[in-house]
Design a protein around this ligand. Structure first.
Ligand code: MTE
Ligand code: MO
Length: 249
């Protein structure tokens, strides 16, 4: 509780700087790092308050009749389109980077692993939510197959789509990667993922906002740091739109 109040205090301070008309001050390194510290506080206080609590799960009756598709709803990449034309029968997920055993996992292998099914609410920062059912293997099981090297700190999800020329990607830390509700979903609402929702495979990292739920996941890379990847902030929207890397809700 104290931590939350402190965070409010920090954010209030940032707002006051803006209101006083000192726009340049809010861009100054000190103000930036204050805001970054506030984000770190959100993450630490939420982890402290929630531990590894589960996101709320819903009943089938709660499922939204319409689940909007958002962001990329198709992929231009030629290799991806060739796989899609074959119903992803020859497609495989790559798991590499800081792992003991790099993997090439066919979709059939992911479907044959123990599955988790969950009905959860998706919250997009653009101001809409929807409740859907997701199924797939837990990311933890896939990572256990690969075996992490000691330096691994983050899982990076490389996607097939691009927005304005830049590849979509996302990343999570190992606490979220090993969370029981973090799954690689190949099924949505009881059917194989529709193309517009990220076929053949997407991340569901419940307890985080919509933009973390990477669609069209082609490759999972384990890394020690996010600094050298693309814009260095750990995700497409984090780089392009200043969205928070930790999008806990
Ligand atoms: N690869 C990829 N993943 C993505 C996006 C995207 O544009 N490309 N958009 C994100 C955003 S902002 C949201 S709200 C959700 C939308 O998922 P949906 O299309 O299943 O509703 O996907 C997220 N994952
Ligand atoms: Mo979103």
């Amino acid at each position: 509780m104290t931590l939350r109040l402190t965070r409010r205090g920090l954010i209030g301070g940032g707002g006051a700087l803006l209101l006083s008309g000192c726009d340049r001050l809010s861009e100054a390194p000190a103000a930036k790092s204050l805001m970054q510290r506030a984000e770190g506080l959100t993450m630490r206080s939420q982890r402290w308050l929630m531990g590894d609590a589960l996101a709320r799960e819903f009943a089938e009756a709660d499922m939204s009749p319409v689940f909007r598709a958002n962001g990329s709803t198709s992929v231009d990449d030629a290799a991806y389109r060739a796989h899609a034309a074959q119903g992803f029968a020859r497609w495989a997920l790559v798991v590499d980077g800081l792992v003991k055993r790099p993997l090439v996992l066919p979709l059939a292998a992911l479907k044959a692993m123990p599955q988790r099914r969950q009905i959860t609410r998706h919250d997009c920062v653009e101001g809409w939510s929807a409740i859907g059912q997701w199924q797939g293997p837990q990311l933890a099981q896939v990572l256990a197959m690969a075996g992490l090297l000691p330096a691994a700190r983050y899982a990076v999800f490389h996607c097939a789509d691009r927005i304005g020329g830049a590849p979509y990607y996302e990343s999570i830390d190992l606490i979220d990667a090993f969370h029981p509700q973090t799954i690689l979903a190949w099924q949505m609402n009881g059917h194989p993922l529709p193309l517009e929702h990220g076929a053949p495979l997407r991340l569901r990292v419940e307890r985080q906002l919509g933009y973390k739920q990477a669609k069209y996941v082609m490759r999972i890379e384990l890394v020690a740091s996010l600094a050298s990847l693309f814009g260095g902030k750990g995700g497409y929207w984090e780089d392009a739109g200043d969205y928070a890397w930790y999008a806990g809700i």
